[in-house]
Design a binder for this molecule. Structure first.
Ligand SMILES: *[C@@H]1O[C@H](CO)[C@@H](O)[C@H](O)[C@H]1NC(C)=O
Ligand SMILES: *[C@@H]1O[C@H](CO)[C@@H](O)[C@H](O)[C@H]1NC(C)=O
Ligand SMILES: *[C@@H]1O[C@H](CO)[C@@H](O)[C@H](O)[C@H]1NC(C)=O
Length: 311
């Protein structure tokens, strides 16, 4: 097997084991943080519940890239991962084996990313993958872009929608939230003012438009007979976090339709198709990020292995 093939197998093995092992819990706080350009610093926190996990790592996931920033081999110890330089922009702390912080100084718009903390018993081995936290999403507000709340629109299902695999007639409503900044939104659905999570799915992340504003779509699949009752009301609710303490809520509602809806079909079809493509792209992106992260870890592990031999 080529090295690349071996790495791929290791990666796949890691991905599989990572999902099925019940290992340690890695907690990160805050879940999201909004800063302004020029702010002095922000501190991200991480805690895990097993002090036999000597290694802790901080990663940054930005655009299509997952990079290790810092790592720690034990209490009071930490190293920066080149090309970053120690204490220039990133400072890690490891006051206890189960705790770590990452401090980011002199914030810039480009620091906006998801930061992941991970922990493992060793630098990296195929049998003991690191455990990742859920990440902290950091936004550094761009002073040139105005904070803007989303415009929300619910699109009626397409009349041409096919039967699903179980031959059940379903209809897909699409909610489109557009032109907002920053990209801290949650989308949920209500049918007749009652929350509906079954059949609901939202893009994993907002898309960035050329003008610096974001958009996101969410879909709700309902039984066709539910849609065909005109008294049923389908509401899409978007909560938008504007970077201060305010959470603004916007919504749009449409009523069920006895007939197939005419007019909205092309747009609904378009969004259903385009989000499927987006989902696939996103999965590939996740797989790729994980792969790159692991390659970096393997390299560090090899490097540390060889330096230990020299001692
Ligand atoms: C991380 O996210 C998953 C899925 O959303 C959730 O079940 C889990 O409780 C979260 N873990 C922590 C430590 O918050
Ligand atoms: C409906 O869901 C939203 C978002 O998850 C939640 O904040 C709200 O409390 C829920 N409402 C009810 C009545 O369960
Ligand atoms: C939807 O928005 C309207 C105002 O546009 C508001 O009165 C209503 O309470 C909102 N509904 C929900 C469920 O947030």
């Amino acid at each position: 097997m080529s090295v690349r093939m071996k790495l791929l197998c290791v990666t796949l093995a890691l991905l599989l084991t990572a999902n099925f092992c019940d290992g340690i819990t890695v907690k990160q706080s805050p879940v999201l943080s909004v800063c302004r350009e020029g702010d002095a610093s922000v501190t991200l926190r991480c805690y895990h519940d097993d002090s036999s996990y000597y290694y802790m790592f901080w990663y940054r996931q930005r655009d299509n890239n997952m990079e290790m920033l810092t790592y720690s081999q034990g209490q009071g110890l930490w190293e920066i991962q080149p090309p970053f330089e120690k204490d220039v922009h990133y400072t890690m702390s490891r006051p206890e084996l189960t705790r770590s912080t990452l401090e980011i100084k002199n914030l810039e718009v480009g620091d906006g990313a998801v930061y992941y903390c991970a922990s493992s018993t060793a630098p990296v081995t195929s049998t003991q993958p690191p455990f990742f936290g859920n990440g902290t999403k950091l936004t550094v507000l761009d002073p040139n872009i105005k904070v803007t709340e989303p415009t929300v629109k619910v699109l009626a299902p397409s009349a041409k929608e096919c039967e699903d695999r179980n031959k059940k007639k379903k209809k897909t409503l699409v909610c489109v939230a557009t032109r907002f900044y920053p990209d801290h939104v949650t989308v949920f659905w209500q049918v007749n003012n009652v929350n509906r999570t079954e059949g609901a799915g939202t893009d994993n992340r907002a898309l960035w438009d050329k003008d610096g504003l974001y958009s996101i779509t969410s879909r709700l699949r309902v039984p066709a007979n539910e849609w065909h009752k005109p008294e049923n009301r389908f509401t899409c609710i978007v909560s938008f976090y504007d970077g201060t303490d305010n959470i603004r809520v916007t919504n749009d509602t449409i009523s069920g339709d006895l007939q197939g809806q005419s007019g909205g079909e092309i747009t609904t079809d378009y969004y259903v198709k385009s989000t499927q493509t987006a989902k696939l792209a996103y999965s590939i992106f996740i797989a790729k990020s994980t792969f790159y992260g692991l390659v970096v870890m393997v390299m560090i592990w090899k490097f540390q292995g060889s330096s230990e031999k020299q001692i």
